[in-house]
Ligand binder design. Structure first.
Ligand SMILES: C[S@@+](CC[C@H](N)C(=O)[O-])C[C@H]1O[C@@H](n2cnc3c(N)ncnc32)[C@H](O)[C@@H]1O
Length: 254
């Protein structure tokens, strides 16, 4: 693991994010993006369950049988998946990596410092929610780009991410980084709506068969591939939702 360049309120920075990069990053907008992510991933009772539970159900059968492993979630947001893995594998070393300091600060406060989160959702017609934090000792959060990971070659047993792939500037470079840091037989687990924002990305990675060809060329073996996983992101008291049509896959490093 590389040494951090700097540290801000308990969050190590492995990438020197400039003021301009902070200003341009929508995910640094506390009230819009962090509250939206916290509501989605941390307020289960409000929705009658975890709206993205299908991610865990899809990947569950591919988790290793051993417990002492190294796991990283990329684009972890408020850290729901990596925290779930940290609890599932209590003697593992778990890292949540994200490019947004605001997301990481929220994740760290909640999952590591055991601070409660008070979510004001009145603008969605919903009651204020107070969610109790946890104190996980095998989980750390750090700021880095998926395209420049701070881990040494062949160091991770599991690399996971959800709703990240289509938001990456340089997807091929990020996939190469994921391959580099995985141990041989290590697994990459991905769920993404493939909701690309750039014409060049649609051309290069869509339909999903093109993405699978790229993964195979890199040296991944595909263990699972599901092209139509439906997710509903709840929005408000009325029951409005965003419906996401996701690709889910599990790939193993040869
Ligand atoms: C749509 S959110 C997804 C969050 C969560 N994984 C989920 O399933 O909802 C995308 C997250 O990826 C982060 N992100 C965007 N580009 C990134 C990059 N290049 N490297 C690491 N994280 C990135 C954002 O800051 C944000 O927290």
């Amino acid at each position: 693991m590389q040494l951090p360049i700097s540290n801000r309120k308990g969050i190590p920075f492995f990438y020197p994010k400039s003021d301009i990069e902070f200003q341009r990053d929508d995910y640094e907008l506390y009230h819009e993006m962090v509250v939206r992510q916290s509501a989605l991933h941390l307020a289960d009772p409000l929705w009658g369950g975890y709206p993205f539970q299908a991610i865990f159900d899809f990947t569950e059968k591919h988790y290793p049988n051993v417990t002492d492993i190294d796991i990283v979630e990329l684009g972890c947001g408020v850290g729901r998946w990596i925290a779930t893995l940290a609890k599932r594998f209590p003697t593992s070393t778990c890292w949540g990596i994200d490019y947004s300091y605001q997301m990481l600060k929220q994740a760290h406060r909640f999952w590591v410092e055991e601070k409660a989160i008070v979510l004001d959702l009145k603008d969605r017609g919903l009651d204020q929610q107070t969610i109790k934090g946890e104190s996980l000792t095998n989980l750390q959060f750090g700021l880095a780009k998926a395209e420049e990971l701070p881990f040494v070659d062949s160091s991770q047993d599991l690399v996971v991410h959800s709703f990240l792939l289509d938001r990456l500037e340089n997807l091929t470079k990020a996939l190469e980084e994921m391959y580099r840091v995985l141990k041989p037989k290590g697994k990459l687990m991905v769920v993404s709506p493939l909701n690309f924002q750039k014409a060049a990305h649609w051309k290069m990675y869509f339909p999903p068969g093109q993405l699978s060809d790229i993964l195979k060329e890199m040296g991944f073996v595909l263990l699972d591939w599901e092209e139509s996983m439906m997710f509903e992101e709840p929005l408000d008291k009325r029951g409005n939702v965003i419906r996401w049509n996701c690709l889910g896959f599990v790939a193993e490093k040869r």
